[in-house]
Design a protein. Sequence first.
Length: 249
Amino acid sequence: MNDDSTNAGLPAVVDRATWQAELDALRVREKAHTREGDAIAAARRRLPMVEVDSTIPLIGPHGPVTLLDAFEGRRQLIAYFHMWHTGHPAAEQCEGCTFYNGQVRELSYLHSRDVTYATFCQGPYEESVRYRDFMGWDVPWYSVRDSADRLLPGRQVGMFHLVCYLRDGDRVFETYWTNGRGVEVMDYSYGLLDLTAYGRQETWEDSPAGRPQKWDAATGDTVRTDGRPTAQWSRLESGRSDDLGATGG
């Protein structure tokens, strides 16, 4: 037998009835958590909103457009403000933004609810769109390098943010925004890992003694492998170029 068969760090072994009883007790808490999430979402839908200049310029694939154009004619817009390190190679781009933004792929369900999703990258268009193409993402991509301060008043420009907008004719309103762990709504990997016996295997987690916790969120290593955002490796292995055409910051 290999080392994985030892009892170090493993959950206790019990009969199925005992296991199911403990799971049933946990399910009560899970359902309460779900109901509280529904209540929070209901409160979120009752928030007021603030008007935003619909003519704020963005740069898209065909040149300058406006914030209103980014709605693509739909009633609502969700925008992820992607961090960017201008002039830096792909390996040095934000591992967190790569992790979160890269998991939003199937947009048809959002579109069916009259919602557009787009990336508002805080770097130059030509350089950053090369990154999108290297990663194989196909979400709408805009540069907000020169307008982020107008789009993010009162917030730290250059950091990641998830922002929701509502359109009423030609008027645009901001209805909600979040950052930090709030953007975990974009992710399925952590959600799935949270269901497993070892969890995310990160050092901050409250896990029983002996469980693997090799990943340290303080260093960014949670979503980096061998010096790169983890998701980049499969793109390199498939032969894609990570040349961003950068000429310096």
